[in-house]
Design a protein around this ligand. Structure first.
Ligand SMILES: Nc1nc2c(ncn2[C@@H]2O[C@H](COP(=O)(O)OP(=O)(O)OP(=O)(O)O)[C@@H](O)[C@H]2O)c(=O)[nH]1
Ligand SMILES: [Mg+2]
Length: 540
């Protein structure tokens, strides 16, 4: 077929004649070289496009195939035709109506358009008699490819970051869903994703297979394809079957909140402890998902959600994953023995330990830095810190204490992750005092406090004396700060401003100021036994 025609008169005629004879729609997929790649026989009302295993979209913006098909009635393109055009990213979609006698009558055609402010996905050309159809196909495709590539460059794909659409489907109250979704955005930023769109749905009932209703899912996929997104991130936890089902209909990689958090941890982990713990958590998360690895896991190659245990390890079977888990657990046990010895030494030296805990991004590392004049990395992103850092500090009354900064907490912290980080978090057991650092300026401050208290309890640290440190008060409404102090007690600071920390230092002195505050019993704890916090702490 001539490369500059949408459809040759001969092919059109063959299709309409046969279609009229059998009373069904007929369709063909034509490559840019002009070869017919598939022939489809439909019903009276529709043709179904088959799977196109040899025509994967990959990073291309258009599939390189156009579809020409017959309509037994009007040539007007149906919603299904336009959805196929968008979902399959066809070069063009053309429908032919049939005259009496089987000859082609009129035709309509449509093609995709680059992302635009009106959110238009396609352009539909007015119906014309077939012999009046004017389209220089070669020039048209050249122009369209160029426009799509230009639209792409607006999103700067060269930086190699993944482009994601965030999705939340929930029947929870709207405010809770929105807060959680806002946090997912922050997580996505931390994972260095480019977020192209966010889709929130509040259905009466959650679709068991796709979460989203079919219509909404189609809309999401059209958006994804239009923007060139390659990742769908759900704020809700997905079952392995849901990941697989959504992945299949969307041809995109699909991950949930837990996997996104695991991925951030995998990116950040630096110490041996950290990497072992993250790898363990990832393997535990994947173990139940290994059953059907030919499909669901084949998508987890590289990039977000595929980091950490490398691709080759995804090929190993369950038994080997279990072996690996056992091995990592032994290694961690070794690491925690070393830690226990260190901590026993510390206890023997009777240096009081103050551990900073709090929601992620509350300003814990900043507080450690300002208190001890250190340079622990801080950043306005979730989970900047994974590894525990301890620094010595001299209080105004020359008492030496050890301050420890550690990983931040988050609502619904994945169970596997908390389990894997237990050895690190167990170090908190040695603390004589917990500083619960709170970002007072955050709109969800109370929910954050609740989440942290819950996790502190889950870790069995509830009995350790705790002081609330309301941080970022330089940018908090003073009335809010006042209300927080009235409700929870504690103190208001700005970790960026050393002078605001004076009351905190005085508090250390009040608690640990006199050498004789720590009873002798502590010295005897050097055999590794953990002294009870009540023994260690001074009275309030
Ligand atoms: N305005 C203001 N910003 C602050 C204050 N304290 C910390 N920040 C900023 O808040 C952001 C987070 O600080 P970090 O110290 O990294 O927070 P973190 O609690 O250690 O966070 P993770 O390690 O990610 O859990 C950084 O951009 C800090 O500069 C403060 O008192 N006032
Ligand atoms: Mg930190």
């Amino acid at each position: 077929m001539p490369p500059d025609l949408l459809v040759s008169p001969e092919l059109a005629r063959a299709l309409t004649e046969l279609s009229a004879e059998i009373g069904r729609q007929l369709g063909v997929l034509i490559s840019r070289a002009g070869t017919i790649e598939a022939v489809m026989v439909g019903t009276e009302r529709e043709v179904i496009v088959p799977d196109l295993p040899n025509w994967k979209l990959g990073r291309k913006r258009l599939r390189g195939l156009r579809m020409v098909h017959t309509h037994l009635g009007e040539d007007t393109l149906t919603q299904d035709d336009l959805a196929d055009l968008a979902l399959l990213r066809l070069d063009a979609m053309l429908a032919l109506s049939i005259q009496e006698g089987g000859l082609p009558a009129r035709c309509s055609w449509a093609h995709l358009v680059p992302p635009n402010p009106d959110g238009r996905v396609y352009e539909v050309h007015p119906s014309v008699p077939l012999h009046r159809l004017e389209c220089d196909l070669r020039a048209f495709l050249f122009g369209l490819d160029a426009q799509l590539a230009k639209a792409d460059s607006l999103y700067d794909v060269r930086d190699g970051r993944e482009r994601a659409i965030l999705v939340s489907v929930s029947t929870q109250p709207r405010a809770i869903q929105e807060d959680s979704f806002e946090e997912l955005r922050a997580l996505a930023r931390s994972a260095e994703l480019v977020v192209l769109d966010a889709v929130m749905q509040r259905p009466h009932a959650i679709h068991p297979r796709y979460l989203l209703g079919q219509g909404k899912l189609r809309e999401v996929v059209i958006k994804a394809l239009q923007h060139g997104a390659d990742l769908l991130v759900f704020d809700q936890d997905l079952t392995p079957l849901q990941v697989k089902a959504i992945g299949e209909v969307t041809e995109m990689r699909v991950i949930d909140r837990t996997q996104l958090i695991l991925d951030i941890f995998a990116r950040r982990a630096q110490s041996r402890d950290g990497t072992v713990q993250v790898e363990l958590a990832q393997l535990k998360y994947r173990l139940p998902r290994l059953a059907d690895r030919s499909t669901a896991l084949s998508r987890l190659t590289g990039g977000i959600g595929g980091r950490g245990p490398g691709e080759t390890r995804l090929e190993v079977d369950r038994r080997r994953v279990r072996d690996k888990i056992a091995h990592l657990e032994r290694e961690l046990a070794g690491l925690s023995r070393a830690r226990a010895q260190r901590s026993a030494r510390r206890t023997a030296n009777r240096i009081p330990i103050v551990s900073i805990v709090g929601y992620t991004n509350a300003g814990k590392s900043t507080l450690l830095n300002t208190l001890t004049d250190s340079r622990v990395a801080t950043a306005d992103q979730l989970f900047a810190t994974l590894d525990t850092t301890s620094r010595r500090l001299r209080t105004p009354r020359e008492r030496e204490i050890l301050i420890t900064d550690t990983v931040g907490f988050i609502r619904a912290l994945p169970k596997d992750l908390l389990g894997a980080f237990r050895p690190t978090l167990d170090e908190l057991r040695d603390a004589d005092l917990l500083l619960h650092v709170v970002d007072a300026s955050h709109p969800q401050v109370e929910r954050h406090i609740e989440s942290v208290e819950q996790i502190v309890d889950d870790l069995g640290l509830g009995a350790i004396p705790t002081v609330f440190v309301f941080n970022k008060t330089d940018r908090t409404d003073p009335d809010v700060t006042k209300a927080l102090l009235a409700r929870y007690g504690g103190m208001a600071v700005s970790a960026l401003d050393a002078t605001s920390l004076a009351p905190l230092l005085q508090e250390f002195d009040r608690r640990f100021g006199c050498e004789d505050v720590l009873p002798e019993a502590v010295c005897e704890a050097s055999d590794g036994a953990v002294p009870t916090p009540e023994v260690l702490s001074s009275p309030h």
